[in-house]
Ligand binder design. Structure first.
Ligand SMILES: Nc1ncnc2c1ncn2[C@@H]1O[C@H](COP(=O)(O)OP(=O)(O)OP(=O)(O)O)[C@@H](O)[C@H]1O
Ligand SMILES: Cc1ncc(C[n+]2csc(CCOP(=O)(O)O)c2C)c(N)n1
Ligand SMILES: [Mg+2]
Length: 313
């Protein structure tokens, strides 16, 4: 019998999805679920962060709490939902100080308020150091953006810039923390307003957040939509710190901008006939490529065209 690590996260989730079958509404497979209620749909997701994997050197407990909320709110943003409420589950080591626990909750609460939501409850118990945040939101009549409706010929775009969380991480590892902003790593900003505007525009055919990096995100849209992608390295908007890290270490732009992840921009595709609707809704974005009728994401760089590798996660 194979183990979890042999299957990998994606492998086991595939098996779980087969076992569960498909519920009404939108079940597993997107950034959030859409759950039908008699009074309307609720958009819902849950995500966890751990001391082991999500607590880089220099992070505060307040940053950790902010991040716990931000990663779930980002999964609502990717659907175009407006955040309404959060539930916070804490599994924390018995020797953790009282003040540190309040600081985790303060960070979560600040992030919730920033996104227009409140924390409505949660759960608290001893554990190894993990915080799980359930986020609930509403589409307010907009159509949710899925991963599965990209069409060949659509344009591919991203919000914001890429690689700045990775740059912050490598700045700390290499003693360059005074030269690079650590904010994108320590307190990521989910693209809530952008997601709402994008879903409101009616132009977007698919969307996903970049938590696991651009390569994984592109691969997820390709597989859910049965399409391919041509993405152009020279079009990618480099985040703050990316150039400083490439000139001071041997870490590549590709590693930071395509594979590292830990950033919360939105990758999306749109119908090129409807581009003006995005401008009318004040969505700011950078075009990075186009959707093809192949079945994998390709990266184009210096006249070379190669399939994007799997990400790290
Ligand atoms: N134990 C589980 N039971 C049911 N569905 C699950 C389970 N684990 C994951 N899923 C579903 O599988 C999908 C996971 O996809 P993926 O990891 O690409 O998305 P994500 O939640 O946006 O990732 P991230 O954790 O990076 O935010 C989601 O739709 C999620 O709801
Ligand atoms: C100490 C430390 N801090 C941060 C990172 C980076 N990191 C961890 S998980 C992840 C992707 C999102 O995960 P998830 O699967 O939870 O969505 C990233 C970018 C690291 N490797 N080590
Ligand atoms: Mg996601």
């Amino acid at each position: 019998m194979v183990s979890f690590s042999e299957l990998g996260e994606r492998g086991i989730v595939k098996g779980i999805r087969n076992l569960l079958g498909s519920p009404k509404g939108i079940g597993a497979g997107d950034d959030s679920a859409v759950i039908p209620f008699p009074i309307g749909d609720v958009v819902a997701c849950v995500d966890s962060v751990t001391f082991e994997r999500h607590f880089p050197k220099g992070m505060t407990y307040e940053d950790f709490g902010w991040t716990a909320a931000a990663v779930s709110i980002s999964d609502l943003a990717a659907m175009g939902a407006s955040p309404v409420g959060l539930l916070a589950a804490l599994m924390l080591p018995p020797d953790l100080k009282e003040i540190d626990i309040y600081n985790i909750m303060k960070g979560m609460n600040n992030c919730a308020h920033m996104a227009g939501a409140f924390i409505y409850g949660g759960d608290t118990k001893f554990g190894q150091g993990a915080v799980s945040c359930t986020a609930l939101g509403t589409m307010n009549g907009r159509k949710p953006m899925l991963r599965s409706e990209a069409m060949p010929g659509d344009i591919i775009a991203v919000t914001g810039s890429l690689g700045s969380a990775a740059a912050g991480f490598y700045a700390i590892e290499n003693g360059l923390q005074d030269k690079v902003s650590l904010n994108p790593l320590m307190s990521p900003m989910p693209r809530v307003e952008e997601g709402i505007a994008m879903s409101g525009s009616g132009a977007v055919t698919s969307c996903i957040d970049l938590s696991d990096g651009l390569a994984e995100a592109a691969r997820s849209i390709c597989s859910a939509s049965h399409v391919g992608m041509d993405i152009f390295m020279d079009f990618l908007p480099a985040g703050e710190g990316v150039d400083i890290i490439t000139s001071n270490t041997n870490i590549t732009r590709e590693e930071m901008m395509l594979y590292w992840g830990g950033e919360y921009e939105l990758l999306f595709t749109f119908d090129k006939e409807k581009r003006d609707a995005l401008y009318d809704h004040d969505v700011e974005f950078t075009i990075i490529g186009k959707v093809t009728n192949e079945n994998a994401p390709y990266i184009n760089y210096e006249n070379k065209r190669t399939v994007m590798k799997n990400g790290r996660y």
